[in-house]
Design a protein around this ligand. Structure first.
Ligand SMILES: Nc1ncnc2c1ncn2[C@@H]1O[C@H](COP(=O)(O)OP(=O)(O)OP(=O)(O)O)[C@@H](O)[C@H]1O
Ligand SMILES: [Mg+2]
Length: 107
């Protein structure tokens, strides 16, 4: 789960400029933990949003395009799910939900 969270945080930090911000908000709602990673960076085009969790989707010269698919697999492996909302130049919000029965020692 730390790997999933780290992939999302690194992506957010890559997307923001020098004075950008990345917020991480944790809430609990309807027996679920809700984790949102919110950045005010470059945002994501609608077309790219359609395939963003597919392996090898990258816009970075040295990116593998595996960070998001790996994060999704980890989160879904814990019974959770992940979604994204973004628009170009309006930042991005990745939100994942985990059941409160989530156990950090599950792989
Ligand atoms: N917060 C974000 N803001 C803008 N674009 C994003 C954000 N997160 C992901 N992306 C886009 O999604 C693509 C895929 O992300 P992913 O983490 O899967 O791979 P990567 O970051 O390119 O490579 P790696 O994770 O191996 O460094 C990125 O290249 C980037 O274009
Ligand atoms: Mg990444």
């Amino acid at each position: 789960m730390m790997e999933a969270l780290l992939n999302l945080i690194v992506n957010a930090l890559d997307a923001v400029s020098d004075n950008g911000s990345v917020q991480i908000i944790l809430t609990k709602s309807n027996e679920q933990f809700v984790v949102s990673i919110i950045d005010d960076g470059c945002g994501i085009a609608p077309k790219q949003l359609l395939t963003i969790f597919h392996p090898f989707t990258t816009t970075k010269p040295d990116g593998t395009g595996l960070g998001l698919p790996v994060a999704k697999r980890i989160i879904e492996g814990h019974g959770g799910h992940i979604r994204v909302s973004s628009a170009p130049n309006q930042g991005a919000t990745f939100t994942f939900l985990l059941p409160c029965s989530f156990s950090s020692d599950k792989k």
